[in-house]
Write a protein that binds this ligand. Structure first.
Ligand SMILES: Cc1ncc(C[n+]2csc(CCOP(=O)(O)OP(=O)(O)O)c2C)c(N)n1
Ligand SMILES: [Mg+2]
Length: 588
């Protein structure tokens, strides 16, 4: 039997190195699903609960492996469901290919069932490349271009395949006018700035007495080079959220995260530095960077469009972070003065003591910070940590001490709820021998985390190491937003929009065949982690944490303090408790 377009699609993707597709079937893609079934030795199909989860998983696959993540959905509703996960990939600059079905070509334009203008729908999210296959012969170059462009643009691409095309015989382009003859393969170019630009950068960095470095996920393959540069420059290193795994938290000059969920040492280092050296980051909040004019700036980014958009840089280095640092390092002079470095290290070591004090304070019933604090020493080497939009991100960013060799991520640019569980599942598929830990809120669990754990229940027995550990911060509140409403808008908690229904997550774990560990006492926190890491199956820790512990920014502005006071004066239902906790946090 001749190959169909769908057979060809699967084989071609496999030649591109694709080994796994996350997706959900539907009659818009029956042909493609048939192709996957006929060639299941080439590409594994992972069935999710919801197409958005397939897109999140494809994004996480890209984040954790550097390969193109691929997701598949049917026409109409399936395609629409992909969107949020695809935007997550787009905003975090990850290579993801979405393949979606479409109605029969002959029906298009006929207001047919499930007929959506998919080109328009995906035009923004996949603006790097979105095409519909209207003839079998096109499929070859559509795949080749979508795969190549996703990689070099580090973005989302999309191929739309009408269902009649999927079942037709595959065709190779004839050697004649009007045909396209594409091929397979992409290797990343070596991107390094010109020597003159490197010299200018070195001059600025060498002239500085107080150099502050800020690293993002673009530096994730440049850990050694970042540390070498920090050493020569006597600099401290702050980390944007996605840059957290770039350098380990146990180094004395690593000031940790930055921004609303950042640390005091990062805040002070940025306030007091005379030189800002930003690498692979598009951290957005200007108020946490030096005031314009107070520091000279040097930035490295692989995407020229990302240069000088957060701070006006004096030298813009368009290049790969590791390659550029390797070329720059020989031009850097070791600082003779250690004063600035000593000051940073002093403030970092004091900060860790502060965090420990804050974590160990009483709360009702469990202080969420303690759950994260006690996790750090128990994290296995090589583990993969994911988190989710909510207070979990704050405590993850601040309290968790990642070590060298660990990976971690979250939806950064889009900051979407719902990424934590699918990211961790994708991590288990990519690295079945490593432990994955998802740190998520109860809102997120109820939004989609619980459903997606059914996917884990379906597959965990195939993983070499079955440990997928999900921590749920069971605070019965959409807590991060409740706090934002208080501190940023001056509004008291609005119970109707913020309170969440209670749910027995640990008992749910039992229904899935997982281990469930409910905890509601502070001294159960450490033993719960020990028990979870000793399990022979996935685990849900249902931690009853206190919503009144404030995830305060490292520095409260007058405006924020005023808003906070106004929220409380307007009769916040939790006023007494949150005041008590806030004062204790500030005292610590
Ligand atoms: C899809 C989506 N909807 C809404 C938001 C706004 N948002 C950010 S954090 C948050 C609360 C999360 O609540 P939960 O998961 O319970 O975590 P908590 O903050 O309580 O720890 C909300 C509603 C978002 N980021 N993404
Ligand atoms: Mg919550």
């Amino acid at each position: 039997m001749a190959d169909t377009v769908s057979d060809f699609l699967v084989k071609r993707l496999s030649q591109w190195g694709v080994r796994r597709i996350f997706g959900y079937p539907g009659d818009g893609i029956n042909g493609i699903i048939g192709g996957l079934a006929r060639h299941d030795a080439l590409i594994e199909f992972v069935q999710v609960r919801h197409e958005e989860m397939a897109a999140f998983m494809a994004c996480a696959h890209a984040k954790f492996t550097g390969e193109v993540g691929v997701c598949l959905a049917t026409s109409g509703p399936g395609a629409i469901h992909l969107l949020n996960g695809l935007y997550d990939a787009k905003l975090d600059h990850q290579p993801v290919l979405a393949i979606v079905g479409q109605q029969h070509r002959a029906a298009l334009g006929g207001n047919y069932q499930q007929e959506i203008d998919l080109r328009s729908l995906f035009n923004d999210v996949a603006n790097a490349y979105v095409q519909m296959c209207t003839a079998p012969v096109q499929m070859r170059h559509l795949i080749d271009r979508a795969m190549r462009i996703a990689q070099y643009e580090r973005s989302v691409t999309c191929i739309i395949v009408p269902n009649d095309i999927q079942e037709m015989d595959a065709e190779e382009p004839p050697h004649e006018h009007g045909t396209v003859h594409s091929g397979i393969g992409y290797t990343r170019p070596r991107v390094v700035p010109h020597t003159d630009t490197l010299k200018s950068a070195a001059e600025v960095l060498n002239a500085g007495n107080k150099v502050a470095m800020l690293v993002g996920q673009g530096a994730r393959h440049a850990s050694r080079e970042v540390l070498k540069a920090a050493d020569l420059l006597g600099a401290g290193v702050a980390k944007a959220l996605l840059g957290k795994p770039v350098v380990p938290d146990d180094l004395p000059f690593v000031t940790g995260s930055i921004g609303f969920l950042g640390t005091r040492p990062s805040y002070e280092m940025m306030r007091d530095c005379d030189t800002l050296f930003m690498i692979g980051s598009s951290f957005p909040y200007a108020e946490f960077l030096p005031e314009e004019g107070k520091a000279r700036g040097v930035q490295i980014d692989i995407e020229p469009a990302m240069l000088s958009i957060r701070y006006p840089m004096e030298v813009n280095l368009a290049g790969d972070s590791a390659e550029t640092l390797r070329a720059l390092i020989p031009l850097l002079k070791r600082k003779s003065e250690q004063l600035w470095r000593d000051q940073i290290e002093g403030s970092v070591s004091k900060w860790w003591e502060t965090l420990e004090k804050r974590a160990m304070q009483d709360a009702n019933p469990i202080n969420p910070q303690r759950v994260f604090w006690e996790l750090s020493p128990r994290l296995p080497d090589d583990c993969i940590v994911t988190t989710d939009s909510g207070t979990a991100t704050n405590w993850y960013a601040r309290d968790v001490r990642l070590r060298s060799g660990m990976m971690a991520s979250v939806s950064g640019g889009l900051a979407s709820m719902g990424c934590g569980v699918p990211y961790a599942i994708a991590a288990k598929f990519a690295y079945p021998e490593r432990v994955a830990v998802a740190l998520v809120g109860d809102g997120t669990m109820q939004m989609n985390g619980m459903n997606e754990l059914i996917t884990a229940a379906k597959y965990w027995r195939y993983w070499d190491d079955p440990r997928l550990i999900v921590l749920v911060l069971n605070n019965r509140d959409l807590n991060l937003v409740t706090w934002e409403q208080r501190v940023l808008s001056g509004d008291p908690k609005f119970a109707a929009s913020q309170n969440l229904p209670d749910f027995p997550y640990a008992r749910y774990a039992g229904l899935l065949g997982f281990e469930g560990i409910p905890i509601d006492q502070p001294d159960q926190v450490g033993p719960a982690w020990d028990q979870a890491f000793a399990c022979d199956r996935p685990v849900i820790i249902d931690a009853h944490t206190d919503p009144d512990v404030p995830p305060l920014p490292p520095h409260l502005t007058f405006k924020q303090a005023k808003a906070y006071a106004s929220a409380i004066l307007q009769g916040d239902p939790d006023a007494d408790n949150i005041l008590r906790h806030s004062i204790r946090e500030l005292m610590a």
